[in-house]
Design a protein around this ligand. Structure first.
Ligand code: FUL
Ligand code: CA
Length: 693
């Protein structure tokens, strides 16, 4: 947190750097030294590993057996090596997830590694990880779940003391910790020492965060504290786990009162506190390891997109990699992280502003205070600026010769506050200035992608700013094109439709499970438009750039029987969207007092052993079901419940949910929403399906 007392120190820093008595005033609020150091870490790892790893769950209930924890090859040095090679700067580890199991031998509970078969109870994952991080030059962070489904006294006053005691152990015994992460989730029910009941708390009052935060700051003066709004932390969640923050992203918030989701996503231009954004997302759909997701590890293009939408939008990127039951990171994830690092170093290999000339344009109502060359001197501690009060200014970069580029990177000197509200970038092409891209906020770092252009001059113009703009660095790159895996859907009538991310590329696909190649053969077909299919199928597809022969990673989709004869009954306007095979179309059941259920007539009896639910992809008001009942019927009159329960962590991670049950024969099925993540029952649904025997 920044206070006015620090203002003088800051002014002096500004003078020293600017070397000029005329340095601009700070534009409050400004980041603390801890926040600055953290922001510069840019990209670091999340590691999810706990008892869930052994039960295939997202959230443990708190009663899972301690005997489950006995990894054969646990090696934190492997994790640290992989993260280091990936270009990451630290690791935040799930020391305790919602199930309450402690990955270190906590003095305050029996539910920890000390009572597992692993190393005869003498092991300590936190210790091994802290040593590995030190060895590889990575910073260490801890995730300590406030919600504890094992603790008998969770929900009572004494739990807060317990939580603080655990925090104290973690912040005392393992060296410097750069960040603490407290997930806000509380799904209510749990084991709670055998009580097996639902316990709800008010997350803002129950944990008495103020006391916990001051203890944390005392134990680790260099730390930053994560929060999801309102609790005076140092950095904020962005309101989604999908891997992006708003295009407009202010590093400020108001610290009082509840912070709505969209404020987490965009920040607040006139917020009173510095609370920059951290984008947390997983390299797989879920946070913990699930074997069934081994083919769902995000592609390099997807990771690049995530990078541009996080680090490239004034946030840090906290990328999760799960650990397998044997205690190691899966080779696919390792390879993907390496390829992602490689793609970034290729994209940002040559900065075209190095050796170029920069000049400030005519400034309306003021002089050019600090020279334009400061914006391309390779030093983020120096900056180009104008006189106070000037909120519109431009800077021209002359490459001296014709250059080809498609990325523009710009940084503000945030020590004196985040200022720029909007800007544009033009290139001098065929004798005139043409706008090639534009943006709103900048902050610590902003990267813009646009179609490749060739020009010898570029013009950057700040169109509006909270105070005179301070631009510390501008870089221009020519990143190679990256082909992404195409998306594959199957429509209700069995037609498979494949869409490449780059419309100019060619798609090849297979239906026999083999990896697609770059030329047409009997099994490797060239995609020429939607094609009919029948039965259960697996489709694999790649995008190919014909001119170079380069190709994308492959996409794989498995489809159960086509739904040709399916009908939503009774049919309501738009209700077919839930079975049309298109994950982008959705329908809501239970609006305006109607029953929150979807009933499907499959047209004929089938033997089914599971169902799938994909929530509405809409960003706001998606009505995601968290507690459900699934029923089947042979005649549409007499129904039986075959599955009932919870979709864990679906609120923050609304991916496809699969539930299995013993096979039943049925012609009809019905998904009933018992509760959605907002406490109501309305059910937003993009797709509902069954698993046939
Ligand atoms: C969520 C948790 O509920 C997930 O399990 C995961 O730990 C994620 C980072 O935060 O909200
Ligand atoms: Ca749909």
């Amino acid at each position: 947190m920044f206070c006015n007392k620090c203002y003088l120190t800051l002014m002096m820093a500004a003078l020293a750097i600017g070397g000029c008595t005329n340095a601009p005033d700070a534009c409050l609020p400004v980041p603390s030294e801890n926040q600055l150091r953290w922001q510069e870490m840019e990209y670091y790892a999340f590691i999810h590993y706990s008892l869930n790893t052994y039960t295939d769950q997202s959230w443990g209930y708190g009663n899972e057996s301690l005997e489950l924890f006995n990894p054969s090859d646990l090696d934190c040095r492997q994790w640290a090596r992989i993260c280091k090679e990936a270009g990451m700067t630290g690791i935040i580890f799930t020391a305790k997830h919602h199930c309450g199991f402690c990955m270190w031998p906590s003095e305050y509970t029996e539910y920890s590694v000390k009572n597992t078969p692993w190393k005869d109870g003498k092991g300590d994952v936190m210790k091994e990880l802290s040593e590995a991080c030190r060895e590889y030059g990575l910073k260490l962070g801890v995730y300590l779940s406030p919600w504890d489904r094992n603790a008998a006294f969770y929900g009572k006053d004494e739990y807060v003391e317990y939580f603080r005691n655990q925090m104290r152990e973690l912040l005392t015994n393992y060296g410097p910790v750069f960040e603490t992460w407290f997930d806000g989730a509380n799904g209510g029910n749990g084991y709670y020492g055998g009580a097996n009941e639902t316990r709800r708390i008010d997350a803002h009052t129950y944990y008495q965060w103020a006391g916990t935060f001051s203890m944390i700051r005392e134990l680790q003066p260099g730390i930053v504290i994560w929060n999801d709004g309102g609790d005076r932390g140092d950095l904020r969640w962005v309101g989604t786990e999908a891997g992006y923050v708003g295009e407009t992203n202010w590093s400020m918030l108001n610290h009082d009162g509840d912070v709505p989701f969209n404020m987490l996503h965009y920040g607040l231009e006139d917020g009173d506190s510095w609370v920059a954004a951290e984008v947390n997302t997983s390299i797989r759909p879920e946070w913990f390891y699930h074997e069934s997701e081994n083919h769902k590890v995000k592609s390099v293009p997807k990771l690049m997109e995530t990078y541009y939408n996080s680090v490239g939008r004034n946030a840090t990127l906290l990328l999760n990699v799960p650990v397998m039951p044997n205690g190691l990171i899966h080779p696919t994830d390792e390879q993907r992280l390496k390829d992602f690092a490689q793609a970034r170093s290729e994209a940002f290999a040559v900065n075209l502003t190095e050796g170029a000339q920069a000049a400030a344009g005519k400034v309306r109502g003021g002089s050019r205070r600090f020279d334009a060359s400061k914006a391309i001197d390779g030093n983020t501690r120096t900056y180009w600026t104008t006189d106070d009060g000037v909120k519109e200014a431009s800077l021209m970069i002359d490459f001296g010769k014709s250059q080809t580029f498609n990325r523009f990177q710009v940084q503000e000197y945030i020590r004196l506050g985040q200022r720029v509200k909007s800007f544009k970038v033009e290139a001098f092409i065929e004798g005139s200035w043409k706008e090639i891209t534009k943006g709103t906020t900048i902050g610590y770092k902003r990267i813009l992608c646009f179609p490749t252009v060739t020009a010898d001059r570029l013009r950057f113009t700040v169109l509006d700013s909270r105070a005179c703009p301070l631009i510390s660095e501008i870089a221009v790159f020519n990143a190679p094109q990256i082909l992404d895996a195409p998306t594959i859907i199957r429509r209700q009538d069995g037609t498979v439709v494949i869409t490449p991310n780059d419309p100019e590329s060619t798609v090849y696909y297979t239906l026999d499970g083999s990896e697609p190649g770059t030329s047409e053969t009997q099994s490797n077909r060239r995609y020429r438009g939607g094609f009919p299919t029948d039965g259960k199928i697996t489709v694999k597809a790649i995008s190919v750039e014909e001119s170079s022969g380069r190709y994308s990673p492959s996409a794989t989709e498995r489809f159960d029987l086509p739904r040709t004869a399916w009908k939503v009954v009774p049919e309501a306007q738009g209700s077919q969207a839930v079975i049309d095979g298109d994950p982008q179309t959705a329908w809501h059941a239970g609006r305006r007092g109607q029953t929150p259920e979807i009933t499907v007539d499959m047209g004929a009896e089938q033997s089914i052993s599971g169902f799938t639910y994909l929530p509405d992809p809409a960003q706001w008001g998606p009505c995601v079901v968290s507690f459900y009942r699934f029923e089947t019927s042979a005649d549409g009159m007499r129904w039986q419940t075959v599955s009932e329960g919870e979709f864990s962590n679906i609120k923050n991670n609304p991916v496809l949910q699969t539930k299995n049950f013993p096979p039943v024969r049925a012609r009809y099925f019905r998904l009933v929403s018992l509760r959605n993540t907002d406490g109501g029952t309305e059910m937003g649904c993009a797709e509902v399906g069954v698993i046939t025997e």
